[in-house]
Design a protein around this ligand. Structure first.
Ligand SMILES: [Zn+2]
Length: 465
């Protein structure tokens, strides 16, 4: 049974989705105005782990992620660049998904751009209006937080006596807890800003209404999991609850799951301090995506994680070791038969792995289970106690672990073009010399790697299957 810490109840709870087998999950996606940094990706790598583990547990999953492509910072940056904001955001969306795919993250079932859901946002604002939770000022629409009973229940802030109401409001998309105020739902059109003509006037949405609209559109008015970085608890997620529950009168989300901050060399990451790292910046320095992924996964999501270059170098050698292990295990020539000690070992490792992840995604313990398993199988490989039947079983166990972590690398070594050509040339020479045994051996070796040989009038050609 999976147990998760729920920010809403401030407790670790058993996970029971609303619909027995089907989990509906929303994760706040990127605001696209710059290259995503490793702090952003800590959240997405965590969400990927949660996603993969839910599937591992046998759930069907609908995972939805938004793209915030209209927001204060985007408009500012696009204007600075003199760019059309839709083209500007499309560029950063493409760059974002290059990193995403390279880090081995699975794509959510639905990815939704905010600017494709303006009508849905307007519809929620109209419902809030009908429920007496909004007011207008200078063409903008604001949320009256004093009118919503549950305001503060996620972030546990007590705003009573702290809010003037009616005149005390905030227009910015981001603000601090000290500034608990009525927040903007719809911003009146301004020169130099994109805007939409709607029933509630010309303007653009505030950031918070975007996620209420997109999540409920894709997943319904009540769903299972809402995840994101801890910095989103206030005001973003608090405001999402106020908007969604204020409009529908129903509970919005059952489990709120947040991942903690990432520090870099012990401090908050910032461009001015020189400890600001993007995924592509680290790749340019020679690090692999898999090592970056491993590093971002290696601490439990509720713990702050301190990124260091030394830690990343360590992750690099760890993933190299795991890759090497999987390849050697696949290629070893084991004696036929089965060693009964091996299934005991693999069962123990799998139980430990699952118990760790059931315990609020305790990744450190789950990784320890993997590393101990690797060490024990390595010993069995070295002393010949791993038999052919065990070999198949152990490869399956590795694949199972990797369906959740995706850190081992490919099951089969990709052959480089040069290596293939060298073997093809050697085979030609062997055939000429009538060494058919060697020629067949090379053909079989290439076939195992998925390389097909073709005789053409211009000689021997090879291609990948
Ligand atoms: Zn959001």
């Amino acid at each position: 049974m999976l147990n998760l810490y729920n920010t809403l109840t401030a407790q670790v709870e058993e996970f029971h989705p609303l619909d027995n087998k089907h989990v509906r999950m929303y994760v706040c996606g990127p605001t696209v105005y710059d290259y995503a940094h490793i702090g952003n990706f800590r959240t997405f790598v965590f969400a990927d782990l949660l996603r993969r583990y839910l599937k591992f547990k046998g759930y069907e999953l609908t995972h939805v992620m938004n793209i915030t492509d209209i927001e204060d910072k985007i408009i500012k940056r696009a204007n600075e660049d003199g760019a059309d904001f839709r083209e500007f955001t499309t560029k950063y969306i493409n760059l974002f998904f290059e990193d995403w795919d390279a880090l081995g993250l699975e794509r959510p079932e639905q990815i939704i751009r905010a600017t494709d859901c303006i009508d849905d946002m307007v519809a929620i604002i109209k419902r809030l209006e009908a429920n007496g939770l909004t007011y207008n000022s200078d063409g903008s629409t604001y949320y009256r937080i004093a009118g919503f009973n549950g305001y503060g229940k996620l972030s546990k802030i007590n705003f009573e006596g702290n809010i003037a109401g009616g005149s005390d409001r905030v227009d910015a998309d981001e603000y601090e807890k000290e500034n608990v105020r009525d927040f903007v739902l719809w911003k009146a059109a301004k020169p130099g800003e994109p805007s939409w003509e709607t029933e509630i006037g010309a303007g653009r949405p505030g950031w918070h209404i975007e996620c209420s609209a997109m999540s409920m559109k894709a997943l319904g008015e009540t769903f299972d999991i809402h995840a994101g970085g801890i910095d989103l608890v206030f005001p973003h997620h608090e405001n999402e609850i106020a908007q969604s529950e204020g409009a529908t009168g129903k509970p919005f989300v059952k489990y709120w799951v947040h991942s903690e901050f990432l520090l870099a060399e012990g401090e908050k990451m910032s461009k001015s301090k020189g400890n600001y790292y993007t995924v592509r910046g680290l790749v340019d320095q020679g690090f692999s995506h898999r090592a970056i992924r491993y590093m971002l996964l290696s601490a439990q999501h509720l713990k702050q994680f301190n990124f260091t270059m030394e830690g990343l170098r360590g992750a690099e050698s760890t993933v190299a070791r795991l890759k090497d292990f999987r390849l050697r295990l696949g290629e070893a020539k084991c004696n036929p038969g089965s060693n009964p000690a091996m299934p005991v070992l693999s069962k123990r490792a799998q139980q430990r792995f699952e118990a760790a992840l059931d315990d609020d995604l305790n990744v450190a313990e789950a990784l320890a289970a993997i590393h101990d398993f690797v060490r024990e199988v390595n010993i069995a490989l070295a002393d010949g106690t791993l038999k052919a039947d065990n070999q198949t079983e152990m490869l399956k166990v590795v694949a199972k672990f990797d369906s959740v972590f995706n850190i081992f690398g490919e099951a089969k070594q990709e052959m480089l073009d040069d290596e293939i050509q060298a073997l093809v040339d050697e085979r030609q020479a062997a055939r000429k010399a009538k060494n058919f045994a060697r020629s067949d051996e090379i053909r079989n070796l290439l076939a195992e790697k998925g390389i097909v040989l073709e005789d053409t009038k211009d000689g021997m050609r090879w291609k990948r299957k």
